[in-house]
Design a protein around this ligand. Structure first.
Ligand SMILES: Nc1ncnc2c1ncn2[C@@H]1O[C@H](COP(=O)(O)OP(=O)(O)O)[C@@H](O)[C@H]1O
Ligand code: SF4
Ligand SMILES: [Mg+2]
Length: 340
């Protein structure tokens, strides 16, 4: 396993120019991923997970989007390379899979033809070689009767099989980095578990780095090595999965953990929910972005934005009072009434 990161996102900001003004959907996000490692990016809907991954792939419309920072992939800054280089990288060196397979697979071609095309776009392969590679990669996903499936159209497959085909298509060029954006959210629990196993197995086989985006802490615990927790466009905690689950430090992360069902939880009981709502991107607080919902906030939290600092080796947190929260010495208040 190589020690240097395959991708190093440094102080990434993305600004959208909208009719109502400029919004900064991703605001100073940094993380890295090594080969043979899965980084989970977790947070509620709207916190900037997809915009981060679309920035890495440079899929955002540059007429309405500005970027700051650096996205160093294998030594190159993706924010500075031209479109020609990006089109070589996309789908070959970095691949992406999404929740929604229906818009990613073309309904009028067989899945075999689509995988063959993905391969031929990026390399000189005869049709025969490409067909053999397609069969190999689809067989590796564990789909029963792979030869038969390759001749079928997307609508003939179940949701779980379509997601396996998407994974096969993403991996046929043996990328160095896979970005999986909520790939199992639409699937039932059993299929979800099989797809997660498949992603881990493929990561090992190809020695790939994986950015695994999810809103589900349970999924993070199952598949990820490290995790970045996002809140309103920022990373608020970043650590190994073990350290995060053993000792979550940020009040928001602690809330997410308490909101997770466990094997022992009473199915009739209401799960804990974090009170209040996420502020609008048009009205980002000056101080801590979580302050209005945080039971531990002080005047300092409201007036000064906390920075992401190392709490322990390899565990960073963006909170002024993480230590007192962890010790149990921080006093608790009700969240801001206006925000509930
Ligand atoms: N093109 C756009 N113009 C303006 N705002 C956008 C645009 N795309 C996404 N956003 C906003 O950026 C924020 C982050 O979105 P997204 O990354 O999709 O969230 P999620 O974490 O659910 O994937 C949201 O508030 C979303 O409304
Ligand atoms: S900085 Fe203050 S308001 Fe923000 S999470 Fe920490 S304690 Fe809560
Ligand atoms: Mg998303």
């Amino acid at each position: 396993m190589s020690a240097s990161p395959i991708i190093d996102v440094r102080n990434l900001r993305t600004h959208f120019h909208t009719e109502k003004g400029r919004v900064t959907a991703v605001d100073d996000v940094s993380f890295h991923v090594k080969r043979n490692e899965i980084l989970g990016v977790v947070g509620e809907s709207g916190c900037g997970k997809s915009v981060t991954s679309e920035a890495i792939m440079q899929l955002l419309n540059t007429d309405i989007t500005d970027f700051e920072g650096e996205i160093i992939f294998n030594g190159e800054n993706l924010l500075a390379v031209g479109e020609n280089r990006l089109s070589q990288i996309r789908g070959k060196e970095i691949s992406m899979i999404f929740q929604d397979t229906t818009s990613s697979l073309n309904p009028i071609y067989t899945v075999g033809d689509q995988i063959i095309e993905a391969l031929q776009t990026h390399g000189r392969h005869s049709h025969k070689e490409a067909a053999a590679a397609a069969l190999k990669v689809v067989s590796a996903t564990g789909i029963p009767s792979p030869e038969k499936r390759l001749k079928e159209y997307p609508h003939e497959l179940s949701g779980g099989m379509r997601q396996r085909i998407m994974i096969a298509m993403a991996l046929v060029c043996e990328p160095k980095l896979l970005i999986a954006d909520e790939p199992t959210t639409a699937l039932d629990v059993t299929t979800q578990a099989q797809i997660l196993d498949l992603i881990i197995q493929m990561k090992n086989n190809l020695d790939m780095g994986v950015i695994f985006i999810t809103h589900d802490m349970g999924v993070v615990a199952e598949v990820c090595d490290r995790v970045a927790v996002m809140y309103l466009g920022q990373v608020i905690e970043n650590s190994t999965v073990e350290s995060l689950f053993e000792a979550p430090l940020h009040p928001y992360t602690r809330g997410l953990m308490q909101a997770m069902p466990t094997i022992d939880s009473d199915p009739q009981a209401d799960l804990y929910t974090i009170k209040g709502k996420v502020p609008s991107l048009f009205d980002v607080p000056d101080g801590c972005r979580f302050a209005a919902r945080c039971p531990y906030r002080t005047d300092k939290c409201v007036s000064q934005a906390p920075t992401l600092d190392a709490a322990t080796e390899g565990h960073k947190v963006r909170c002024w009072h993480w230590k007192a929260v962890a010790d149990g010495t921080a006093s608790e208040k009700e969240p801001d009434a206006e925000n509930v």
